[in-house]
Design a binder for this molecule. Sequence first.
Ligand code: NOJ
Length: 532
Amino acid sequence: MAWYTTAIFYELPLRAFADGNGDGHGDFIGLRDKLDYLKWLGVDCIWLLPVYPSPLNDDGYDIASFYGIHENFGLLEDFKMTVDAIHDKGLRIIADLVVNHTSDEHPWFKEARRSKDSAWRDYYVWNDNDEPYSDARIIFLDTEESNWAYDEQSDSYYWHRFYSSQPDLNYDNPKVQDEMINIMKFWLDLGIDGFRVDAVPYLFEREGTICENLPETHDYLARMRKFVDDNYPGRVLLGEANQWPEDVIEYFGTPEAPEFHMNFHFPVMPRLYMALAQGDRSSIIDIMNRTPDMPVENAQWATFLRNHDELTLEMVTEEERQFMWEFYSPDPEQRMNLGIRRRLAPLMDNDRDKIELMHSMLFTLPGTTVLYYGDEIGMGDNIKLFDRNGVRTPMQWDDSKNAGFSDADPDTLFAPVINDTIFGYQQVNVEAAQADESSLLYAVRHMIATRKEHLVLATASIDWIEDLPDHALCFWRREGETVYLSLNNLSEDDLTIPLPEGQLFTDILSGQNDFTESVTLGRYGYRWLQLQ
Ligand code: NOJ
C-alpha cells in the first residue's frame, strides 16, 4: 500500500511555527527544533506552506522566485538540512507548488509587462480589453472585481484568478509548461517527498467555458504526474481542486493517464460542521454517496477539518451557505469571500466534546487525514488580523513570553500571539497540554495512534447504518475480515445504538472487549469498535 494512503499529514506555515533565530518570524531552525514534538504527536508527513521569495501579498502564494527561500526563513542550505532532519526522524515532507500564477514581482512578469514584444510576454495571459472569459467566476470576491487587471506599463490587461498581484501563467505557452516541470525537478532533487499543488483547476482559459477543469488542464497535470512517476517513484502529488465530487474525481485521472495521487475532499468538510450544527447526519451521507469510486489504484482522498484558508463554503448550496454563515459566523467580520475565517476550537465554542467528535468523524471516515497546526491544542483565532491571517498566528508552545514561539520583542513578531481570556497562550499551549493527560492534545494524539494501529480505517469500504435517529452518524468500515464500527452522536442528548446480537466488539480507543447488546453515547459522544 502506498505510504500516503494511510498517513497522517500535518499542515504548517513555517512563519507561524517556531522562531529559531529570534527575528519574530518562524524559520527552519525553529521547525527542526520541534520535530520531536511532531514525532510525539504521531504525524507522518509535514505539509509546508510556501517558503519562497515573495512580497507576501498572499502569504507566500505570490511567488517572486521559484528557486529560492524567503529571507525570513533561512537559506536553501537550511531547507536541505531540514529535509534531512525530517527524514532522519522517520518523517516526510511535502511542499506547496504554486502552478497557476506568480507574484507580479516575479522577473518573468516584470519582463513581460515591459513591452508587448518582450520574450516573456507569452508567459502570462494578456488582452487589449477585459472582455474575454466572462463566464469565469471571481474567487477572491471580497477584494477583486474582475479577473482582468489593467497594466499601465504595457497598456493592456492581464488575467488573474486570485489577487491582481498574482498574474496567471499562460499554460498555452509550452515554455511555461516546461518551466514548471523544471521547478518540480529542482525541489524533488532536494529530497522532498512531494507537493501539495495549489489551485489546479485554473491552468487554462477557453472562451465560452468557466475556465475550470478543462481537458487541457487535465492533460498537463497528467504530464506532471508522469514526470514524477518516471523519475521520482514513491513521491506524492496532492491536488487542491475545490470542486464538487464529480469534478474533483477527474483529478485522479485514469489508469492510462493518472493525475494526482491524492485530492482534498473539499465537499465533505463543511458538511461535517453542518451535520453537527443540525444534529443530522444526512448531508455527510449524501455527499459521500455522491462521491464516485476511485478511478485509479493507489489513490486516496485527503480529508481535513480546517486549513490556513477560510472555511470554504464554495461546495455547498446557497441555502446551506446561509445556514453555515448564520450558525458559525454570527459576526459578519468572521466571513470572508465564500467562507468563514475562524479556527476549529472557536467554531466549536471551545466545546471539548464537539471538538473531539469532529476528530472522531475525521479519523474514521475514508481518507488520509490532514491536520492543521495548533488545532490539536485547541488554538483560537484573531479576527482583527487582515485576510486569513487570523488563523495563522504564532503556535502556542508554552506560557512564557510570545507563547514560547520567539525570543523577539513582542512588537516585532510577524503577528501577535493569541492573548484572549479563553484561547490565550497562558491557558492554551503545548507544554500545559503535554503535562495533562486529560487534555485535548492527548485525546487527539490517542486517536492518531489508534488510527495508525488500524490503518484499514483509511482505506476500507463504508456502509451507513440508517435505521437510527437523525443525529446518529454510524457506519461500518470493512476490508476483508477486518470490520469496524464508528459511532458518533451529533447531539446533546444521549443516544443508544443497538449492536448485532452475540458479537464480540473491542473498543479500540479504550481497549475494552464487550459483548453488549447496545452502546449508549453521551452528549457528542463517539466510540470506535472493532468486530472480533
Ligand atoms: C489556495 C491557497 O490555499 C490560498 O491560500 C491561496 O490564497 C490561493 N490558493 C492562491 O494561491
